[in-house]
Design a protein around this ligand. Structure first.
Ligand code: NDP
Length: 335
């Protein structure tokens, strides 16, 4: 029996190479959950994926209705659903230079709407399918990809504007304000790159809270991770050309935090399949990946060894995690 893994945003960058890595393990069938079915099919063909090892399904994270309909269709495929062992929430968008917010179909600021709220609904809905699926010999896993930029106790996380979700009044009001007020989680003025960092902070907090609520009861391993700086993925498509030229070079030759899409994909696939990653609630990072406390930043030894990184004060604040979770439940209509 092949184990089913769902990977969101599998049409590009980290998600695509995670899919490749899982397929190459031989015992996985990957559901590539993508906003463009056509693009995902094209990329799967380009990388020569074995057709019997993947299924492309449409998932638009900027629409709560679409997320619900994805889950319904997935449940409609009895075999895939019965074998579900792994959900990897990987998709994200990043608008580093945006001065005006854009919105999802439900009227949420788009960066947080897609990267946090869409995944929040998806993972809450699919939890019961993970629990109900057959036991295929590994612990079931639910992973939401994090980022160094959400962790302000690292060098990269210190670069302004820093992640900070404050009292979450903007989230409570549905992230539907304008550039001056209410489109950010903290309710303050809109700043494109901060919206991304805040969304990633919510991704980490969601995992910490899911672990607290459900790990013991369900046995599911909840984790988040920072794959290293994959400086040349299309995530940076909205940045200036000069940034896109210089950023990979700086990451490769100066900070040495650069990892290839292939290596990052292997890391995310391993976190979701290998026995050494069964610590629930962990935030995996790799040495030399930039996601370290500042006093050992330049330690580049043992790049292949993962460690459970220390979250920043805000990313490890369990009261905030619970509040973020409860507000998100209301905003996506799970109550
Ligand atoms: P990419 O832009 O290459 O991939 C993002 C994926 O998300 C694409 O498949 C994209 O689809 C999909 N996506 C975007 N919007 C939506 C939407 N509305 N609904 C459904 N899917 C959507 O970026 P990366 O591979 O770099 O990023 C993947 C993850 O890695 C993200 O969570 C990111 O935060 C994280 N990360 C990346 C780092 C890096 O250095 N690149 C560092 C740390 C973390 P499409 O192909 O159609 O555009």
């Amino acid at each position: 029996k092949l184990k089913t893994a769902i990977v969101t945003g599998a049409s590009s960058g980290l998600g695509l190479y995670t899919t490749k890595s899982l397929i190459e393990k031989g015992d996985y069938h990957v559901v590539m959950a993508c906003r463009s079915v056509e693009k995902a099919e094209r990329e799967a063909k380009r990388l020569g994926f074995d057709k019997s090892k993947y299924t492309v399904m449409e998932l638009e994270l900027g629409s709560l209705e679409n997320v619900r309909s994805f889950v319904k269709k997935f449940r409609g495929n009895g075999k895939l659903c019965k074998n579900l062992q792994t959900l990897i929430c990987n998709a994200a968008i990043y608008y580093p230079n945006a001065v005006e917010p854009t919105f999802t179909q439900d009227g949420f600021e788009e960066t947080v709407g897609v990267t946090h709220l869409g995944h929040f609904l998806l993972s809450n809905l699919l939890l019961r399918d993970l629990v109900a699926a057959d036991d295929l010999g590994i612990d079931k896993r639910l992973c939401i990809v994090g980022s160094v930029t959400a962790n302000t106790n690292t060098l990269a996380g210190q670069v302004p504007p820093r992640a900070a979700i404050g009292d979450m009044s903007g989230l409570a009001n549905g992230l539907n304000g304008d550039r001056n007020k209410g489109a950010m989680i903290d309710g303050d003025r809109f700043i494109g790159p901060k919206a991304y960092k805040d969304a990633k902070l919510c991704n980490i907090l969601t995992i910490k809270e899911m672990n607290r609520r459900w790990h013991e009861e369900t046995g599911i391993t909840f984790s988040t991770m920072y794959p290293g700086c994959i400086a040349d993925t299309p995530l940076f498509r909205n940045h200036t050309p000069i940034f896109r030229f210089l950023f990979p070079l700086i990451q490769k030759y100066i900070t040495k935090g650069y990892v290839t899409m292939e290596e990052a994909g292997n890391r995310l696939a391993s976190v979701n399949s290998e026995p050494q990653y069964t610590k629930s609630g962990a935030y995996w990072a790799w040495k030399g990946g930039g996601d370290q406390l500042m006093d050992n930043y330049w330690d580049n030894s043992n790049r292949t060894e993962a460690f459970d990184n220390t979250p920043s004060k805000e990313a490890g604040d369990m009261q905030k995690a619970a509040k973020c979770f409860d507000l998100s439940v209301e905003v996506v209509g799970l109550k």
